[in-house]
Design a protein around this ligand. Structure first.
Ligand SMILES: N[C@@H](CCC(=O)N[C@@H](CS)C(=O)NCC(=O)O)C(=O)O
Length: 198
């Protein structure tokens, strides 16, 4: 498997996932600031010209959450995803989809200073509802799905870590801060993230 990566990008999340799984991969670092993701060859792999991308044989998987989900299912023996069709799997999907489809767009438009928009039409609603969702989905103890650490924690917990790091989440609650702390204590997190994040 080839993992197209940059250490200062969302690809740290997929790198973390690969390390949690302990699977061999070829790491290909691309410097997007130098145009290395803008080449015709790379755009043929990912028309978005972004990292991360995972190429596994014939398939190119883009989008950090999709890559993590794909890897969790490819290595079921590692136990990082609940059984397909189980109730836990339904909950798991929420954790995989909410960050990218709902929370990140809300934080992005807030950081761009956009205030006037049709709250009930846009998928992310408003900041109060997003913050209430974060609070409700953050576990009091342990991990998103209970005692067992899963890919839900890499995608959702990893997103909360970014949100705190970049100041999107200005006043994280004690519960969110403690969860992010648990995330950051994982050896694979520490190996995949710049030491200044620890
Ligand atoms: N929705 C994508 C976003 C990926 C993304 O925005 N990557 C940035 C770095 S964090 C990038 O590759 N930027 C280079 C560019 O846009 O040219 C994902 O979750 O994987």
């Amino acid at each position: 498997m080839k993992h197209y990566y940059n250490p200062m990008s969302r690809a740290v999340t997929t790198h973390w996932m690969l390390l949690e799984l302990g699977v061999d991969h070829e790491q290909i670092t691309l410097d997007y600031l130098k145009g290395e993701t803008a080449t015709p060859e790379y755009r043929a792999i990912n028309p978005m010209g972004k990292v991360p991308v995972l190429v596994d044989g014939e398939v190119a998987v883009t989008e950090a959450a999709a890559i993590c989900s794909y890897l969790a299912d490819k290595f079921p023996e590692k136990g990082l995803a609940p059984e397909p069709g189980s109730a836990a799997r339904g909950e798991y999907y929420r954790y995989l989809f909410v960050p990218g489809t709902t929370l990140e767009p809300m934080f992005t438009i807030r950081s761009l200073g956009v205030e006037d928009y049709p709250v009930q039409s846009v998928g992310f609603g408003d900041m109060d509802r997003c913050l209430a969702t974060i609070e409700a989905m953050t576990p009091e103890s342990g991990w998103a799905l209970g005692d067992r650490f899963t890919t839900a924690d890499i995608v959702f917990g990893g997103f909360l870590d970014f949100a705190v790091q970049f100041g999107w989440l200005e006043a994280p609650s004690a519960k969110v801060s403690a969860y992010v702390r648990r995330i950051k204590d994982r050896p694979a997190y520490r190996e995949s993230h710049d030491p200044s994040w620890h």
